[in-house]
Design a protein around this ligand. Structure first.
Ligand SMILES: [Zn+2]
Length: 279
């Protein structure tokens, strides 16, 4: 069923685990994520990134996301990932997304606050939750964003002012991960995570989880991160499974890819220590 992330994040935060955020780009990936969540009895964020609208339109993503989210009994947050402009985010809310991200992390602090406030106003009036980003999680490739960018760590001293000014429901922080495939293993700044977590009660979330190392991500989940975004690892897992299965036809190829993505989500449920939500 579709829900927002408010209660899920509160429970995850109090119990020191994280919920996976899985980016879908077609009906197969959406179906696999939701069915795997149902199989495990666990919640997920079923996410669609604005930068993927060239692969799947927002209207298609809303229809697919709502259909699969409503087809299971576990909590599914239909989330817009990396919303870049107000009009696109407004459209996602109007189409039934239960959660949206405004990513103005490359704008100035004041501009980030201004656009985030505008999104929060529109979203909260419609019972939709909002994630914003402070600092910037960079990108090693263009799989999830339009350009390769360097990361800028979140400054702990700015967190309280940002959260108070915007009233966001969750905050993406930059503590060492990057989008896309990481070359080597990132060094996560856990001191910064602890510092930020001690300053604010807003749930903290982590982007660029793919290829960041299970030990790193498990520790993030236990030490203050409530949601971790995974995208690239699903593509890598699907492609790896196809190569191993050596399918002789298109249907078998899709089956192998689906099984590959299921394995990745199963793996991250275990790494993040995700627990079932008891009503
Ligand atoms: Zn991201």
């Amino acid at each position: 069923m579709i829900t927002d992330s408010k209660y899920l994040f509160e429970v995850a935060k109090n119990n020191h685990y994280a919920i996976p955020h899985a980016n879908f780009i077609d009906s197969n990936s959406a179906r696999v994520f939701v069915k795997t969540a149902e199989k495990r009895g666990l919640p997920i964020l079923l996410a669609f990134a604005q930068s993927h609208s060239s692969i799947l339109s927002l209207d298609e993503a809303a229809a697919i996301g709502k259909f699969y989210a409503e087809s299971v009994s576990v909590p599914i947050v239909l989330h817009l990932d990396h919303g870049e402009d107000f009009d696109f985010i407004k459209r996602a809310i109007d189409l039934g997304f239960s959660s949206v991200m405004i990513d103005a992390s490359q704008k100035s602090f004041d501009d980030n606050i201004a656009i985030t406030q505008k999104v929060v106003d529109y979203a909260h009036n419609r019972n939709v939750v909002v994630e914003a980003e402070l600092g910037h999680v960079g990108a090693n490739d263009v799989s999830e964003s339009d350009q390769v960018t360097d990361s800028v760590y979140t400054e702990a001293s700015k967190v309280v002012a940002f959260v108070e000014a915007t009233n966001v429901d969750s905050l993406a922080i930059s503590i060492g991960t990057a989008h896309g495939v990481y070359k080597g293993e990132p060094k996560i700044n856990f001191e910064r995570l602890h510092e930020i977590a001690s300053l604010t009660s807003v749930p903290l979330v982590l982007h660029g989880g793919s290829s960041s190392g299970d030990e790193n991500l498990g520790r993030c989940a236990r030490e203050g991160i409530t949601k971790i975004n995974i995208y690239t690892d699903f593509l890598v897992g699907a492609y790896q499974a196809v190569k191993e299965a050596k399918p002789q036809n298109y249907i078998d190829l899709k089956k192998a890819a689906d099984a590959g993505m299921e394995k990745v989500l199963d793996h991250y449920f275990d790494v993040f220590g995700t627990q079932a939500i008891k009503e």
